[in-house]
Ligand binder design. Structure first.
Ligand SMILES: Nc1nc2c(ncn2[C@@H]2O[C@H](COP(=O)(O)OP(=O)(O)OP(=O)(O)O)[C@@H](O)[C@H]2O)c(=O)[nH]1
Ligand SMILES: [Mg+2]
Length: 204
């Protein structure tokens, strides 16, 4: 009986934990973004950009934002590492896809990597936040321009947005995270993941 009420209490009052996958091609700025998120949302000072090295394994960051717990999984974007991304799809509530908005010569690479991500059935219904990073650089393209460059198909059914950010100075990051939390809270995928994890009170 106690466990039934405890389960119900937990279900009603504990903060939801969302898993957010941060992917994108190498050097887009994913890890720099993760460290900036830690600095903005927690008391921990994130690593400064000059101490960040290309990611080979997995970086994890936990923050609290808008009364929810967010767990970020940041993976390496080098070509040989991209096959690892899909191992995390099933458990992800949403995806952040980071693009270096100041490097048009790599937009094509980003586009094909993202199209492959969108085709994967384990990510069905996952909200998508596409970040045009490095806005502190004068030649960075805007979110609208990036959307035009990428010209993504297969987005019709998906909840998505393009945002312009800088992982250096923090521009656009809070707005992006607010959007993400809001859509994850209302998404069918969240309902599906919750049901699958057996988070129905009394049935754990
Ligand atoms: N100017 C500028 N440079 C940035 C920004 N974000 C990242 N960088 C730089 O871009 C380079 C790559 O950053 P990382 O965060 O390591 O990129 P990544 O996407 O994690 O790369 P992988 O781990 O190899 O996939 C580094 O030199 C960063 O300092 C930004 O907002 N503005
Ligand atoms: Mg990295």
């Amino acid at each position: 009986m106690f466990s039934l009420f405890f389960g119900l209490y937990k279900y009603l009052f504990s903060k939801t934990e969302f898993h957010v996958l941060i992917i994108g091609i190498d050097k887009a700025g994913k890890t720099t973004l993760l460290e900036k998120l830690k600095s903005i949302y927690s008391n921990l000072e994130g690593l400064p950009p000059d101490r960040i090295v290309p990611t080979v394994g997995l970086n994890i960051g936990r923050i609290e934002a808008s009364n929810t717990k967010l767990v970020f999984w940041d993976l390496g974007g080098q070509p040989g590492l991209r096959s690892i991304w899909e191992k995390y799809y099933e458990e992800a509530h949403a995806v952040i896809f980071v693009v270096d908005a100041a490097c048009p010569s790599r937009f094509e690479d980003s586009k094909s990597a993202l199209e492959k991500v969108l085709r994967h059935e384990d990510l069905q219904g996952a909200p998508l936040l596409i970040l045009g990073n490095k806005q502190d650089l004068s030649d960075a393209v805007s979110a609208e321009e990036l959307a035009r460059y990428l010209a993504l198909k297969k987005l019709d059914e998906r909840v998505y947005v393009f945002e312009a950010v800088s992982a250096y100075d923090g521009m656009g990051i809070k707005e992006s995270i607010e959007w993400l939390v809001d859509v994850m809270e209302r998404s069918k995928r969240t309902e599906m993941l919750r049901a699958r994890s057996g988070a129905i009170p009394g049935y754990m």
